[in-house]
Design a protein around this ligand. Structure first.
Ligand code: C5P
Length: 219
């Protein structure tokens, strides 16, 4: 473990997409690459923390020097986060699917002439809200993310209240920003202290500055 201000602290980081099965060979997913979550886990670990990195099936490899827990579904991600507690901080950078297929099939669904599958959806657990609202053993600092396309600060502030987390890291993912899938990010950190907008910088720098801010909050 690196030497740094977070030595002796345990931080959980979620990252990547989740995959929600339709049948044994098909799933519903999203385009999250896991880049920002991975950069954050690396930066938090570099500040000396012990990091449990709970990742869905991401495009990028997890950082070295962290405890990696690989999951596929939102339900598995919640279980892995709960198994990893207690923690001093939890940072939820994963793009968790909002729904799973309630009537997923145990065997491969067959193509039937003219018939379309009848998929039923059910809501997934909200990991960020669940951990934020724990009455016993809640991490001291819970951080969520919010990708918005309009009224970023208003929507993210409402999200922070709704979920009950301490900070929301909000960004504008409108196509014209080029942020989604790009190397740069421009974030606003919303906390009790208000909304703090950071200039546009590369995702590794955002991760390092957030890690430094987390270290400041926990020490
Ligand atoms: O509600 P929305 O998905 O926009 O919220 C985004 C934040 O909530 C992210 O921090 C994400 O990791 C977290 N989240 C979660 N579990 C869900 C949905 C979102 O932890 N089921």
């Amino acid at each position: 473990l690196a030497d740094g201000p977070l030595k002796g602290k345990h931080v959980i980081v979620t990252s990547g997409p989740t995959h929600e099965p339709i049948d044994p060979v098909r799933y519903i997913a999203n385009r999250s690459s896991g880049a920002q979550g991975t950069a954050l886990a690396r930066a938090i670990s570099a500040q000396g923390a012990e990091v449990t990195f709970v990742t869905g099936p991401a495009d990028v490899s997890p950082p070295t020097g962290v405890k990696v827990v690989r999951v596929k579904t939102a339900k598995q991600m919640l279980d892995a986060v709960q198994d990893a507690l207690p923690a001093d901080a939890a940072v939820f950078a994963a793009a968790v699917a909002d729904w799973h297929v309630a009537n997923a099939s145990d065997s491969k669904m067959k193509k039937t002439k003219g018939g379309m599958p009848d998929l039923e959806f059910a809501e997934n657990p909200d990991i960020l809200a669940t951990v934020s609202q724990m009455t016993k053993g809640r991490p001291e600092l819970v951080v969520g993310f919010a990708a918005e396309t309009d009224d970023v600060i208003a929507h993210a502030t409402a999200k922070r209240d709704r979920k009950g987390c301490d900070w929301i890291v909000a960004n504008d993912v409108s196509p014209e920003t080029g942020i989604m899938g790009g190397d740069e990010n421009a974030v606003t950190v919303i906390s009790d202290a208000g909304a703090d907008s950071w200039p546009r910088m590369d995702k590794d720098t955002v991760a390092r500055q957030l890690a430094a801010k987390i270290a400041e909050a926990l020490t």
